[in-house]
Write a protein that binds this ligand. Structure first.
Ligand SMILES: Cc1ncc(C[n+]2csc(CCOP(=O)(O)OP(=O)(O)O)c2C)c(N)n1
Length: 344
């Protein structure tokens, strides 16, 4: 099929099985994601966020689009650049702010790092910090779907371009490929692994090309184009649940901030930031919606609504208390009784 990236927004949405409301919801989730992380920077400077602080600026479109192409029964294993996944899945922003600040209202109730978030009620598995440890986890989930005969269920695991150099990435991809498991691997290729550029990290044209060595397909997509990401993920998910095996989808972006707040990214050429700022995923989505008939007034209303929503959500998070120190180990270790249970 010829690429239809030039199709009108209405035709493009129709071909993806989406409608106007779906597209607006994706746009809104991108705005919420960026709004949360922008407020996070302020909270950090106010001394309210312990540790360092990580964002996914530039990756909002890809994260939201991937999550939008999943189904609620799918398990998702996102990383520190993928806040849009949590937002799209329905993790309320006040809980994310509470997590940032180590408050009781956060998903880990103040017990884990500020972006180490998960919520099993939403089928989001909290990240293991040792990159890319989530790949074997997702492959295990996909294997459990197979053993339990759970059809129409797919696991998603994210990694960075740098993380794909580690052994667990290759072990995970290989096992999933050999067993043709229902899993989709998302590679956030933001071109930098902390201060290491891609050309010092892999010797293929694209880091996802290494998937070919495991006998599976890789798809390289513009990570700033939410519709393109959605299309690629939807196809990969369909293929995976039909028994066609896993796919590695590489979403290419530029990490628009330092590795974390303690890093000013002095090593990234300034021209690259200027070039990629022009490809901002949120502006791209906005242009798509305006071209598709959303009015400037409606856009103002959406943006204003997101701002008001986040103010109220932040107030709610600030009202959440810090955990009682005497409960520090509650929910951290399994009890002997729980370990006796065969499911553990
Ligand atoms: C095994 C391991 N080594 C080092 C780190 C520290 N670390 C965290 S993120 C990161 C860079 C990863 O780069 P990439 O996978 O490209 O993701 P990005 O941060 O660029 O999104 C490093 C070195 C870690 N978390 N785990």
């Amino acid at each position: 099929m010829a690429t239809t990236a030039e199709a009108t927004p209405k035709a493009r949405l129709r071909e993806l099985g989406l409608d106007r409301e779906d597209a607006i919801a994706m746009y809104r989730n991108m705005l919420i994601t960026r709004g949360i992380e922008e407020r996070g920077h302020i909270l950090f400077r106010q001394g309210k966020i312990p540790g360092s602080f990580y964002t996914g600026r530039g990756n909002e479109g890809a994260a939201v689009a991937v999550a939008s192409a999943t189904k609620p029964q799918d398990h998702l294993c996102p990383l520190q650049r993928d806040m849009g996944v949590h937002v799209t899945r329905g993790l309320e922003p006040w809980r994310i702010f509470a997590q940032y600040m180590g408050r009781v209202g956060g998903p880990t109730r103040g017990r884990d790092g500020n972006v180490h978030i998960g919520d099993m009620k939403l089928n989001i598995v909290g990240m293991v910090s040792h990159l890319p440890a989530m790949l074997p986890v997702a492959v295990g989930l996909a294997l459990s779907y197979r053993i339990r005969n759970e059809a129409d269920r797919c696991a998603f695991a994210w990694s960075g371009d740098g993380a794909s150099a580690r052994g667990d990435f290759h072990e995970g991809v290989n096992l999933a490929a050999v067993r043709k498991l229902p899993v989709v691997f998302i590679m956030d290729n933001n071109q930098w692994a902390y201060s290491t550029p891609g050309n010092l990290g892999y010797n293929t044209e694209h880091p996802s090309d290494r998937a070919k060595g495991y006998g599976i397909e890789n798809v390289v997509v513009d990570g700033t184009d939410a519709m393109a990401v959605y299309e690629a993920v939807k196809a990969a998910r369909d293929k995976a649940v039909e028994g066609g095996g896993p796919t590695v989808i590489e979403a290419v972006t530029l990490r628009m901030e330092g590795h974390a707040v303690h890093d000013d990214a002095f090593y990234v050429p300034k021209e690259d930031f200027e070039t990629w700022a022009k490809k901002d995923p949120i502006e791209k989505m906005r242009a798509f919606l305006l071209e598709g008939g959303v009015s400037e007034d409606e856009d103002e209303e959406i943006r204003g609504g997101v701002k008001r929503f986040l103010v109220e959500q932040l107030e709610k998070a600030e009202a959440s208390p810090e955990p009682d120190p005497s409960t520090a180990t509650t929910g951290v270790y399994a009890s002997p009784e729980e370990l006796d249970n065969p499911h553990h």
